[in-house]
Every structure is written in C-alpha cells, then in structure tokens.
Design a protein around this ligand. Structure first.
Ligand SMILES: CCCCCCC[C@H](O)CC(=O)SCCNC(=O)CCNC(=O)[C@H](O)C(C)(C)COP(=O)([O-])OP(=O)([O-])OC[C@H]1O[C@@H](n2cnc3c(N)ncnc32)[C@H](O)[C@@H]1OP(=O)([O-])[O-]
Length: 719
C-alpha cells in the first residue's frame, strides 16, 4: 500500500506501507501508481515526496513474489512515469534504499538521504541484476567503474559515500521527510530537463574495452560459476555502449535468463534459509519466540590455542569484556600478542580504534568467577575438558553459562560433570573463529531453552549465522564432512589423483577442493580426530586389514602421509607441495603420485578411470545422504539448517543453495538411484545405502524442500 497526504500546502507526500521493509509488493506498486497519478493531477500540488513508513524507505522488490504468478503493475513503467512527471519528485531515503527501492529513487528527480541510511543494488546476491532500470541509470549517474563495483558486488554504501559518488543530492542528520518536503517546495516549478537520469549520456571512460575485459575476468574468477555477476557486467556494458532504450532491452533479456535460473532460486532460498534458522526450535518444544536470552556483558575464554584466540577476538569486537585464560605462561604471552595483532589489523581494516583494553589475560581459572558466560576452547580431549568443566562449576558465580567449543565430543557427557547441566551448551566455532560466519549452537538433552537462546543471541551479535543443532558425534557440519573426506580418499585408492578430485569440486564451486582444504587445515588435525575415534593403527600399511577398520572400509592414506611428516601447508608437503611452509600455492607433487601407485600395487588395487561426475556424486551424495539421516534423527530441525551450515562454514557455493537444496534440484529419485548404484559397487561402505527419509520422500513423490518437514513429522510419529 501507499498512503497519500498533502503537506505544507503544495507537496504531495507518498508513504510506502509494507512492513517490515516496505518491499515493492503488488499492492505497494499499485499504491504508488495511484498516488503518483493523484499528485500529478492535483493542480494545487507543485511537487511530490516519496518516503517509507517507520523510518525505512524501501528494501526493493518483494522477494516472496518471485517464483509466483506476479500480478499488479510492473515496476519499470511505474518508475518511467515518475521520471517523466512534470512536477519534481523527491525521494526521502531513511533506513535503506536497496534494489528496486534504490531504482525507484533513481527514477525520482532528487534524492535526500538520512546520514544513517544505507543504499545499494544487492540483486546480484539473489542471483539477479538491477532490472528496473538500475543497471542503466546508475552508470549514467556515477560513471561505469563505480557502478560496476556496486552492481557486481551488491555492497551497501553509507549515505556519506552515496553523496560522494553522486547517488544522492543531500544528506541530513535531521528529519529526512521534513528536509525533503522543504527541498521539494524550493524546487517546485523548476525545469526538470537536467534531472532525468535516463536521458544522461554515460560518462566517457577511456579504454572502455580494456576496462570491461579486466572486470569480466576478475568477476568470472571470483564468481566460481555464479552467472549473475557476469550478467551484471554485461548489463552495465550495455549502459556504456547503447542508447538508454536499447540498454533497457538488454537489461530485460539478461534478467529473463537469470530470473528463471536455478541459481536465482538457490540464492533466494539461501536468503530465506538464513533468516529461518534464527527461528530455532528444539525437539522438546522449546523455541526462539518463547525462550528469553540472558544478558551477557562479561565472558571468558578458557584455552588460548588457535580457536580460543579467534573466539576472544570475536567476543571483544562484539563489545564484551573478555577474560582470556591460559594456564601455560609462554602460550599466554604468545596468545596475547597474537590477539592484539588480530584486533589491531581488524580495527585498521574497519577504520576504528582497536579494543585491546576489553580483554584481560590470566593464568588462573579463578579469574572467571564473575563472568556471565564461559567458552571452553582447550585441546579436544574429553578428560581435559571434563576437568575444566568441574573447575568452572566450582569457580563461576551461580547461573554462569558454560559453553564448549568442542567440534565433535559429547556435550551431554560434559554437562553431566556439572551440577547444573541445564547451563551447558556447545558453541562450535569454525576456524578462524573471528572471521568465519558460522556458529553451531549445540543443545544437549538437558540444556535449558534460556541457555540456547543466550548462545544464539550472542552468535547473532558476533555477526554469525547461528544454527541450533542437536548433540551427536560431529554435530551437523563435521558429521557430514567425515563422509565427504572418506569418499575422496576412496577415490584416490580407486585411481583418482588429488588434482582430479579437487578440480571437480572446484569446478562445482567450492573455493578449494577437499585435498587442498586438508593441506590448509593440517593433516595432523584429521589424524588426531581419527585417532580419537580409535581408527588409527600406526604401521598398518599393508594387508587387507589395513583397509578395513571397525567393520567397514577405511582408507589409511591420510594416516600414511601423516606418518611421513607431511602435515600440509605447515610442513610445505601434504597432498601437494608448497614452495615454503605457509605458502598457499599448491603444486602437484610427483612423490604423491608414485606413493599412490605403490599403495595401489601393495593392496592389489587396479586404477580405473574416474570422471568429474563420479567425484561429485560420490563425495556430495554421501554427504547429502548423511544430511537426511541428520534430519531423520532430529539433529537438525530442517534442511535450511544444514544448508546454512554448509554455505557459511564449509564453502558450499551459495548459488547452489546448500547440499539439501542441491539434492532437491538434482531430483531426490536420482540421488537415491545413484546412492543405490554406488552402494552396490561398494557394499563395505554402509552409509552409501539411501536413508529411510530419502526413500520415504521419493516414495511420496519427491515433494519440494519446504514441505519435507511434514514427511519428517510423519516418519517420527511412526517410530
Ligand atoms: C521480471 C521481474 C522484474 C523485476 C524487476 C527487478 C526489481 C529489482 O531490481 C529486484 C529487487 O529489488 S530484488 C530485492 C533487492 N533487495 C534486497 O536484496 C534486500 C534484501 N533484504 C535485506 O538485505 C535485509 O533484509 C535488510 C537489509 C533489508 C534488513 O535486514 P534486517 O534488519 O537484518 O532484517 P531481516 O531479518 O533481514 O529482514 C526482516 C524481514 O524482512 C524480510 N525482507 C527483507 N527484504 C525483503 C524483500 N526485499 N522482500 C521480501 N521480504 C523481505 C525478511 O525476509 C525478514 O522476514 P522475516 O519473515 O521476519 O524473516
């Protein structure tokens, strides 16, 4: 809807009304068309101001409408009618002007923004381009390089930057609508000839071809297969080289391709999934809207290894006072230096002062007596963690939340070591903890809803996509990852090379294939985890039993490399070779190739041809199948939770939506059929057998992903 009032005698004020972000739904578009017509036909009205209710101008097209039968007046003619008006139209931008919201403002003759407003064309993040004239007007207004930057990244700019770029005409610290009305009164009756952006020539740019070639190359490299950024460059190129009307045609053509693409569907799914995980619920009925988080002002981190340091930085940057505890003096000193360095670099990047004084360091666990929440990040060893939890229970004030950063251990077991198990939750960060945007909040069987709500809120404050998950080995992310890693190793045994496997996964869109990732995180890390699981048996290099552990197929390849001291990047040798420790440039290593040949010969394995498709199917479908088990077990509340974890924590390409969305896109019947095929070929890999839930979904006609919840409920009620 849009409300119309006449203010100051001569100004028609149009207020967009569609909470929470005044998205341009069909009723809003109809409201704009009607109210603009009313203002233009009223002889008393000399000028028009468009604003949004509740201090928000407009969040763009209504994303919920995409994929439905869109009705109501289309955006483009509506914006053209505003631009063609013979009375000045002023956009009063408060809060946000994003996507179609900014395009609406660009159709106005003037733009006044509040100093706290943010503006941008983020369509690319939804797999689209600014297709209501934004790709054609913005380059005409601010020039090709700046428009390319905004449109291909989708980044939001502040009002100050918008003013500097020339997107807005004025910035105010006061009431924006009042300022816009005053402005509108002043410009009423003035010529609008020079105010219609569609009539501007695109500012001349030397060496246009070279510029576009360069940008296209960079975009293709960073897009990892995403098509929208490429289409955005093509649309801006049309603005720079074609008359406006033809540019608009090109914009429309490109949008038509994007609009119906699977990538746009995936990215829009991700947008809503990211928001849906905030509405968490637990199997016992506790939920986000009935659970009150506790205030957390002061937190402590126990153990200052890599994870503890990152967590300390993340907490301090969120504005909390932090007590960082490390019992070893040397380690404490090193950590202090490292944490200060990270804070200083982060502050420099963001142009703010580092918050070094928010952290105090101690060797004594007694220092945490008065904190509201503790995050334990000591070595991944149950006995050690148990000891720390017992100490914390004795030291902390009553009611302190005790969180563990374990990546796989049993949260319930730890909770049982404390007198108040309801205060214990997992807060599983991903390395580097101050950078990675994912947090798994792990609830145990006795965690209180209040404890979960507090951890979820803290995660959100730290800017993390926080996902509440149940307690099981590896939780969601690592439980699925284990099978992905295993399949990759099996493929090496069967004839693949690290380069082939990584090539397939990188072509799919992962920033890094599984072996490059393993070199980066360290082969010693994986070895230690497998050792903890009782899987590592040093010296078991040959014989049939070397490849069978705990009753099923096992690949000792990673262990053998570890035994050779090949830990990956840190030793400059792993699945690849590196020029020096820490260098990121992975080069093929002939040693690894002959090692694999010898290994196969020793075990009587005959190498066969493996193609990219098999790599993807084996690695991804195994992981997806485990995702279905996780849903069946109630460890994740819905497929969105798994997908958000994979997109934010494991580099799953966002334009492919996440593993469960990908399965839906591929077709559940196909995924099941392939799993059956691979299970038949590899009967010693039990997890390749399709899960019960996958079978049930296929038997129910493969319903769309947003309805899987009903099948899961039915399955649970039958148990
Ligand atoms: C062929 C057809 C031609 C079409 C022409 C193309 C037109 C145009 O170029 C395309 C676009 O504009 S594309 C659009 C370009 N625009 C964008 O990409 C902006 C996307 N939005 C954002 O980036 C963030 O939501 C804001 C920064 C707006 C607010 O952040 P915050 O304060 O952290 O709050 P929050 O938690 O994030 O959201 C609160 C609630 O609002 C909901 N919602 C939000 N925007 C919505 C929308 N446009 N729609 C619907 N709903 C929208 C959101 O789901 C949530 O709902 P819930 O039920 O409570 O979960």
């Amino acid at each position: 809807m849009a409300q119309y009032t006449r203010v100051s005698g001569f100004v028609g004020l149009i207020t967009l009304q569609n909470p929470p972000v005044n998205a341009l739904s069909a009723p809003v578009r109809q409201g704009i068309v009607d109210t603009v017509q009313r203002a233009l036909s009223d002889p008393e009205v000399k000028s028009v101001v468009i604003c949004g209710q509740n201090g928000i101008f407009c969040g763009g097209a209504d994303i919920k409408e995409f994929g439905t039968d869109m009705f109501g007046p289309p955006l483009i003619p509506m914006i053209h009618a505003i631009e063609a008006a013979n009375k000045p139209v002023v956009a009063a931008i408060e809060g946000i002007a994003l996507g179609g919201g900014l395009e609406l403002a660009l159709g106005c003759h003037y733009r006044i923004a509040h100093s706290k407003a943010r503006l941008g064309l983020p369509e690319v993040t939804l797999g689209l381009l600014p297709a209501a004239g934004g790709s054609q007007r913005l380059p005409r207004l601010i020039g090709v390089p700046a428009a390319l930057n905004l449109i291909t990244t989708g980044r939001h700019v502040t009002a100050a930057e918008a003013l500097q770029l020339g997107i807005v005409d004025q910035v105010t610290d006061h009431n924006t609508v009042d300022a816009a009305v005053k402005f509108a009164l002043r410009v009423g009756g003035q010529s609008l000839d020079a105010r219609r952006i569609s009539t501007y020539p695109c500012p001349q740019q030397p060496d246009l071809d070279a510029l576009f070639e360069d940008v296209m190359q960079k975009v293709r490299q960073s897009a990892r297969g995403a098509i929208a950024p490429v289409a955005c460059v093509q649309a801006v190129r049309a603005a720079a080289t074609l008359p406006y009307t033809q540019g608009m045609e090109r914009e429309k053509e490109l949008m038509a391709t994007l609009f119906t693409s699977g990538q746009a569907r995936a990215l829009q799914y991700c947008f809503f999934a990211q928001r849906a995980v905030g509405r968490w619920k637990m199997p016992n009925g506790a939920r986000w809207d009935t659970s009150k988080p506790r205030p957390v002002h002061k937190a402590a981190v126990i153990g200052l290894g890599t994870m503890g340091r990152g967590i300390t930085v993340a907490l301090a940057q969120t504005g909390l006072s932090v007590i960082a505890v490390e019992s070893q003096e040397k380690q404490l000193m090193e950590a202090k230096q490292a944490v200060s360095g990270m804070l200083e670099r982060g502050a420099k990047r963001r142009g703010v002062a580092p918050v070094l004084d928010r952290i105090s360091y101690s060797q004594d666990i007694q220092a945490v007596a008065d904190v509201d929440l503790v995050i334990e990040a000591v070595f991944e060893d149950m006995a050690l963690k148990t000891k720390v939890f017992r100490q914390l229970s004795a030291v902390c004030k009553p009611g302190t939340l005790l969180c563990t950063n374990t990546s796989a251990l049993d949260v319930d077991q730890l909770a049982s070591e404390t007198p108040n198990p309801e205060l214990v939750v997992g807060m599983h960060f991903f390395a580097p903890a101050h950078v990675m945007k994912l947090l798994e909040v792990v609830y145990g069987s006795r965690s209180s809803p209040e404890a979960v709500a507090t951890a979820m809120q803290l995660g959100k404050k730290m800017g993390k996509a926080s996902v509440a998950v149940g307690n099981c080995r590896g939780f969601v992310g690592n439980r699925m990852l284990k099978l992905y890693l295993e399949q990759a190793s099996f493929l090496l045994e069967e004839g693949a090379t690290p380069e082939l496997v990584d090539g397939a996964l990188e072509e799919f869109g992962f920033p890094m294939g599984v072996f490059r990732m393993s070199d980066l995180s360290g082969l010693d890390v994986g070895w230690r985890i497998r050792k903890g699981e009782g899987l590592v048996e040093p010296g078991m290099a040959s014989g049939q039993s070397a490849r069978i552990r705990q009753g099923r197929r096992y690949s000792p390849l990673g262990d053998l490399l570890y035994e050779q001291g090949r830990f990956g990047l840190k030793t400059s040798r792993g699945w690849y070779q590196y020029d020096k420790p820490g260098s990121r440039v992975a080069r093929s290593d002939p040693w690894v190739h002959s090692f694999l040949e010898e290994y196969r010969a020793r075990h009587g394995l005959v190498a066969r041809n493996i193609d990219h498709q098999e790599v993807l199917e084996r690695c991804l479908y195994a992981m997806i199948n485990e995702g279905f088990h996780i849903l069946e077990d109630g460890i994740a509340a819905g497929p969105e939770d798994i997908d958000v974890i994979y997109v934010f924590g494991f580099g799953w390409p966002r334009h492919r939506g996440g593993p469960m969305f990908y399965a839906d896109m591929v077709g559940l019947a196909k995924v099941m059929e392939k799993l059956e095929h691979y299970h038949q070929a590899h009967p010693d890999v039990p997890y390749l057998q399709p899960s019960n839930l996958l079978r049930k979904l296929v038997a129910s006609g493969s319903p769309p992903i947003h309805t899987w919840g009903e099948v899961i409920k039915k399955l649970h009620s039958q148990l």
